[in-house]
Design a protein around this ligand. Structure first.
Ligand SMILES: Nc1ncnc2c1ncn2[C@@H]1O[C@H](COP(=O)(O)OP(=O)(O)OP(=O)(O)O)[C@@H](O)[C@H]1O
Ligand SMILES: [Mg+2]
Length: 501
């Protein structure tokens, strides 16, 4: 049950995360959908409906009057109603209505415009017509109802005429008795009287009046439906793009992509982004993340001393220089020994600018000529952590120096090896900031000359195939990294650390 709750919470967090990342897509799709609905509603020809009401009544009165079954009352009233409904839209009825309505109307057109339905179980029948103006809708409904009333009357009159003719034939027959003739004459008179009153079994009870509002969907309805459809499309697009997105977002995804432990998770921080001087302005959580990295690194060497570590990554901009700098500061604060930071990224140097140091002299100068590193390193003071309390020992830094065309050769040269050996003698820990091996080969010779390699991965930026390729490349080179730093993590509260700067 507990694990179920955890999974549910994980799923929910995943869904919320997806919305946080893709909200713009969903909003844009919803707005486009609503706008499309609005445009359709505005451009759509509006429909209006008018309804005339007819009353169907059996002609029992006529039977009483004449004693003749002019129209058989049905046993099943439901069946009779459905038969009558069908009769209302007979072609003859539509043709007569079309002729009454005038040009523009045909029996065929009226078929689609008219709908007949019974009003519950009563004998009332609605004749509903739909047209594109209120007046036309009412006119069509009334014309159809009129036409049907006339059609029924005509049918009944025809039947009375045929009954009259039959009575006449009976009367003229030779073998009728006197009594029969009396009855027949009586019937004849009644039939003639009935015909004179123009009977009908359908009555027009309510004429259609032009409607005031269109019957087809309102603008608001179309806009809401369009927006809803757009929202659903937006959600589908968000889910689809999320499924195709292979970027790593969580430290555990980095871990499985590289098959390496995450030694520290560095929060995304404005201070780190702005590159303000070492420790200054860093929150307690940021400081603690780098301390933790330093401590974890020490325990990852399996008892071996770690005197030099190279930082590299799958791609550019993952935060190698930033992590190297703050790791140097954390290491300097944690040990009595000296700490050196070497910027071996000769192609995209950043440290000199970040620390306000001269960029004219640096590692490249040492590799080109026999300058001692003591003459090239600069000392960086660090002010201890939170609330600016106390001072901590600083560290030395060897910036990249002027750019060189043959950086790769020089970094793989004997002079570079000698420089690292010298650093190993003079410093407790040497941190080397190197470029990504997938982009330039400069780092490859350096990897073999340090005690350990540390990878930096940028969450939400690098993707798992990229990280997988780095892992394969390192395996082929026979390099087993110590672990990985998950940089740019969304800040999560650490209950052990105060959030002050
Ligand atoms: N945790 C972080 N939070 C916010 N910004 C960060 C963080 N880490 C690094 N940055 C910023 O990201 C950018 C790239 O960082 P950095 O230069 O350290 O990366 P890099 O891997 O050394 O890049 P390059 O491949 O160009 O050498 C810099 O602007 C830096 O300030
Ligand atoms: Mg860098």
């Amino acid at each position: 049950m507990n694990s179920d709750t955890t999974t549910d919470r994980g799923d929910l967090r995943g869904i919320l995360g997806m919305f946080r990342r893709r909200w713009l897509l969903v909003v844009v799709a919803t707005v486009i959908g609503a706008a499309a609905g609005l445009i359709i509603a505005k451009s759509h020809k509006k429909d209006y409906s008018g309804t005339a009401v007819l009353l169907f009544r059996p002609v029992l009165l006529d039977v009483q009057l004449t004693g003749l079954p002019l129209q058989q009352p049905a046993n099943d009233p439901q069946r009779e109603t459905s038969t009558d409904l069908g009769l209302v839209t007979l072609p003859q009825v539509r043709s007569r209505a079309a002729a009454a309505l005038g040009p523009g109307y045909t029996a065929e057109k009226l078929k689609d415009k008219v709908d007949v339905s019974a009003k519950g179980k009563s004998q009332l029948v609605d004749v509903k017509a739909t047209d594109n103006t209120p007046a036309a809708a009412a006119a069509v409904a009334n014309a159809m109802a009129d036409s049907f009333v006339a059609y029924r009357r005509q049918g009944l009159v025809a039947r009375i005429d045929s009954a009259i003719r039959q009575v006449q034939r009976e009367l003229r027959r030779r073998n009728t008795t006197r009594l029969q003739r009396v009855v027949l004459r009586n019937n004849y008179t009644k039939l003639v009287q009935l015909r004179a009153v123009q009977p009908g079994d359908v009555q027009f009870v309510s004429r259609a009046i032009p409607p005031t509002k269109p019957s087809s969907g309102s603008t608001l309805l179309y806009t809401i439906l369009g927006g809803l459809l757009g929202f659903l499309v937006g959600i589908a697009a968000a889910v689809g793009s999320e499924a195709l997105d292979r970027r790593v977002r969580r430290p555990d995804e980095v871990e499985s992509a590289l098959d390496l432990p995450v030694l520290a998770t560095i929060p995304r921080s404005r201070t780190l982004r702005d590159g303000v001087g070492v420790w200054e302005g860093l929150s307690g959580a940021d400081v603690e993340a780098f301390r933790l990295l330093r401590t974890n690194l020490r325990y990852r060497t399996g008892g071996r001393d770690l005197h030099s570590v190279l930082l590299t990554s799958a791609g550019a901009g993952s935060g190698k220089t930033t992590v190297a700098l703050h790791l140097a500061a954390a290491a300097a604060a944690a040990t009595d020994g000296r700490v050196l930071l070497i910027e071996a990224d000769l192609r995209r140097p950043r440290l000199a600018q970040l620390l306000g140091l001269p960029a004219e002299l640096g590692l490249s100068s040492a590799l080109e000529s026999d300058v001692e590193i003591d003459d090239l390193v600069a000392s960086v003071p660090t002010a201890e952590g939170e609330n600016g309390a106390g001072t901590a020992p600083g560290f030395d830094v060897l910036v990249a120096g002027p750019p060189l065309p043959n950086a790769s050769e020089l970094l793989g040269s004997e002079r570079m090896s000698a420089l690292l050996r010298q650093a190993g003698l003079d410093y407790e820990l040497t941190i080397v900031d190197g470029p990504p091996p997938a982009l330039v080969s400069d780092t490859i010779p350096l990897m073999k000359q340090v005690d350990g390699v540390l990878l930096v991965a940028r969450l939400g930026h690098e993707n798992s195939p990229e990280l997988g390729a780095l892992r394969t490349q390192l395996e082929r080179l026979g390099v087993a990294p110590l672990g990985v730093v998950a940089n740019f993590s969304r800040r999560t509260a650490n209950p052990y650390v105060t959030t002050g700067t």
